[in-house]
Design a protein around this ligand. Structure first.
Ligand code: DAT
Ligand code: MG
Length: 139
């Protein structure tokens, strides 16, 4: 059964370009409640650990370097069917393939610098949320 929480990061490109407000407005308009949120920056070690599942992929080094290159906004979002609905809202990994109106279509510049992260399963949403937030930071 689907749980009602997912995890997101507004990636360094979104923060750098001043898109935090616009992206949060899209998230809000889509009906997600913010259960936790912070601006933070991952170290190289943090990014390696967060993306460990991709460690054998050819883009892993580039991904780790980019995700630790500047501040991000991390958040836990709540809504019925949160994981699946948020993946629809953000669009395809490659912005060239992302549907009109999706966050990646609007704000991503490339496959690597693609504006936002969205968890791909309920299990990973819980793991990723716990990576960034302690219990008393989640409301
Ligand atoms: P998603 O973020 O849509 O879940 P993913 O989990 O397959 O995509 O990959 C994680 C991130 O890694 C993705 O947001 C951007 C980067 N990435 C994926 N495939 C890539 C590629 N072929 N070249 C460069 N970066 C890539
Ligand atoms: Mg993924």
């Amino acid at each position: 059964m689907a749980t009602n929480r997912t995890f997101t990061m507004l990636k360094p490109d979104s923060v750098e370009k001043g898109h935090i407000g616009a992206i949060l407005e899209k998230i809000n308009a889509a009906g997600f409640r913010i259960a936790a949120m912070k601006m933070t920056q991952m170290t190289v070690a943090d990014a390696k650990a967060f993306y460990a599942v991709h460690s054998e992929r050819p883009f892993y080094g580039e991904l780790v370097e980019f995700m630790s290159s500047g501040p991000i906004v991390a958040a836990i979002l709540e809504k019925n069917n949160a994981v699946e609905d948020f993946r629809v809202l953000i669009g395809a990994t490659n912005p060239a393939d992302a549907a009109e109106g999706t966050i990646r279509k609007l704000y991503a510049s490339s496959m690597g610098e693609n504006a936002v992260h969205g968890s791909d399963s309920d299990e990973n949403a819980a793991i990723e949320g716990a990576f960034h937030f302690s219990g008393r930071e989640i409301f």
